[in-house]
Design a binder for this molecule. Structure first.
Ligand code: GDP
Length: 321
């Protein structure tokens, strides 16, 4: 069975017609001439996509999670906040009843979502400068987030290896750009965590200094995956990070982590989906178009397959253009 066939939700009828173009950029250098669906919904303000949150996948790796004593909460996503991937014909897709949104995300699935499975994952190298990173021209996705956000757990969950990300946590490598080659054809990149107040001053590298040049200069960077803890209210440093990426037009996907943590008391009185909503509102002024986002949990593996499909469709489009 195709990986994506069990991960989708239909877009509700009443799909709005095109009127404004997406400006999500595939990379700072490889900009596609508007390969995206329009953004605004002039057809109906009620045109929305019902996305279950958390994930509702009937699969061994992504079990259905139901609220205690209740229904799975529904997140209503207006059309203008969907992410429509490159390579999707605007007019055709706008009318297509077959268009689908990945569960627990705002991402429409397009024709480039193939070869999403991971068969091999190997640590390649740690670099302290962008110039030292691998130079074989393979497309890459960079994971970044506040310390303790769950980056190592997510990396291990994505590649289905318990300890791969330990490589990045070895002394001397925590402040490096760590490259992992996947299927001998693309890279997952682990960037240093930021905002760890307990770190000694000399280890508290200013992310502006260290990673800015990587984001701005790395020609093969397809998208930054910014990890945000959805079990707690947004932190100022996360908002700063997201807004910097937005202002600099660095392609960004928001990965909301720890979405299995649903106890309101411990999370500032809100559920993960409410934190997801809040974060998007807070960063919306920095983005002309809604960035793609996915809700995940490394405990339940929620979002794992959705991440792989999202990466696949961005990567395959990038390779062809
Ligand atoms: P990193 O510092 O960003 O690499 O974070 P880690 O992956 O080491 O995780 C930090 C802590 O959060 C650990 O105690 C993990 O067990 C926990 N954690 C990570 N991901 C999840 C998740 O999806 N759900 C829950 N409940 N805990 C998580």
């Amino acid at each position: 069975m195709l990986l994506h066939s069990r991960l989708l939700l239909p877009i509700v009828s009443g799909y709005p017609p095109p009127s404004r173009s997406f400006r999500f950029l595939l990379s700072a250098r490889k900009r596609a001439p508007s390969p995206f669906l329009p953004r605004s919904c002039s057809f109906s303000t009620k045109a929305q996509v019902a996305v279950s949150a958390p994930l509702e996948i009937d699969s061994p790796i992504s079990p259905r999670i139901v609220e205690e004593g209740g229904e799975v909460p529904q997140v209503q996503i207006p059309f203008d906040r969907l992410f429509v991937p490159p390579g999707v014909d605007r007019a055709g897709a706008a009318a297509a009843a077959s268009a689908r949104v990945l569960r627990g995300s705002n991402i429409v699935l397009g024709p480039y979502a193939h070869d999403a499975q991971i068969s091999t994952a190997d640590f390649v190298k740690s670099s302290t400068k962008t110039e030292d990173c691998p130079s074989d021209g393979l497309p890459e996705f960079a994971l970044v987030g506040r310390s303790n956000v769950g980056k190592s757990s997510l990396l291990n969950s994505i590649v289905r290896r318990k300890r791969l990300a330990l490589t990045s946590k070895k002394p001397g490598k925590t402040q490096c750009i760590n490259h992992f080659r996947i299927n001998d054809s693309w890279f997952l990149v682990d960037l240093p965590g930021y905002g760890y107040a307990a770190a000694p001053q000399e280890l508290r590298v200013n992310w502006n200094e260290f990673t800015k040049s990587y984001f701005l200069d790395r020609a093969t960077l397809v998208s930054v995956f910014l990890l945000i803890d959805a079990s707690i209210p947004a932190k100022k440093i996360d908002l700063e990070y997201a807004s910097w990426l937005g202002q600099n037009q660095i392609p960004m996907t928001i990965i909301f982590t720890k979405c299995d943590k649903r106890k309101k008391k411990k999370s500032g009185g809100k559920r993960p989906e409410e934190h997801v909503e809040d974060f998007q509102k807070l960063i919306s002024e920095y983005f002309q178009e809604a960035p793609p986002w996915i809700m995940t949990s490394s405990v339940t593996n929620q979002g794992r397959d959705e991440i792989l499909l999202h990466m696949a469709q961005l990567r395959n489009y990038w390779l062809k253009h």
